[in-house]
Design a binder for this molecule. Sequence first.
Ligand SMILES: [Fe+2]
Ligand SMILES: [Fe+2]
Length: 264
Amino acid sequence: MPSQQLKSLVDSVAPLFAGEAEVFRTYWTWSGRTNETDRLWLLRQARKEVWDTPLGDQRGLYLGPAEDLIADFPKIDIEIPREEILERMEGLYEEFSHYCAYADAYDVVRGEGEPRLSPTRLKEVPDWAENLAIRDRRAEIKKQYGTAGERACYFTEGGYCTLFSEGMKLAGNGGVDDLIAKAAALVYEDEFGHMCKGIIGLDAEDMSGADWDLMTELSVELAGMRIDMRNVQFSFPLSAERVAAIKAGDIEPVVFDFEKVEAA
Ligand SMILES: [Fe+2]
Ligand SMILES: [Fe+2]
């Protein structure tokens, strides 16, 4: 059973996770959706899968962990237990497979004569201001707020995986929708696990009331920023008024699956 504090954290963030889901759900059948907007969001998603980290590490999801693993080699089983190293290698494998999933989808719909995607090319893909703002804020939170801050970063890492759960619903539509659904299915379980990193063991650990408040406040802030980031990534399927209404609570919250979290 989740504690009262965990329930209250989830209650605060669940409407914002639903807001992020609404961006995708609206986009799939939106009149503004074109091949061009599909290419743009897939490109940006592939970029995120290489370069955007939960704690704002500018080295990205591949290079950062790989460099750290090499640097930590002499410390294995002296300062750092082997299990932790293995877990980090698994994380690296998973995140790289997410890049592969979205890059594969993008490469099918890419422009004629356009070369295949690569992490190097993606580094040159212009980041959008709302995405950059989250990365910088995550780095700041990690620096300023210690464990409660880090937990908020992990907890909001994938926005309750709604891009993947909503994307999976496109399966069977054919064409690009099937590619999107395939990528989403590949990523969904992994990212659910990554989100759990923010909340697993939370009830057992001694987080003070102030820590819970801080984690909740930071999670709400990050989850709200995610809606703007996604709305821009998908070429504004939601109006500014609708985004404001969501943030003000005019939405049915996502139903949080505590059992799935506990099983993770
Ligand atoms: Fe990922
Ligand atoms: Fe992840």
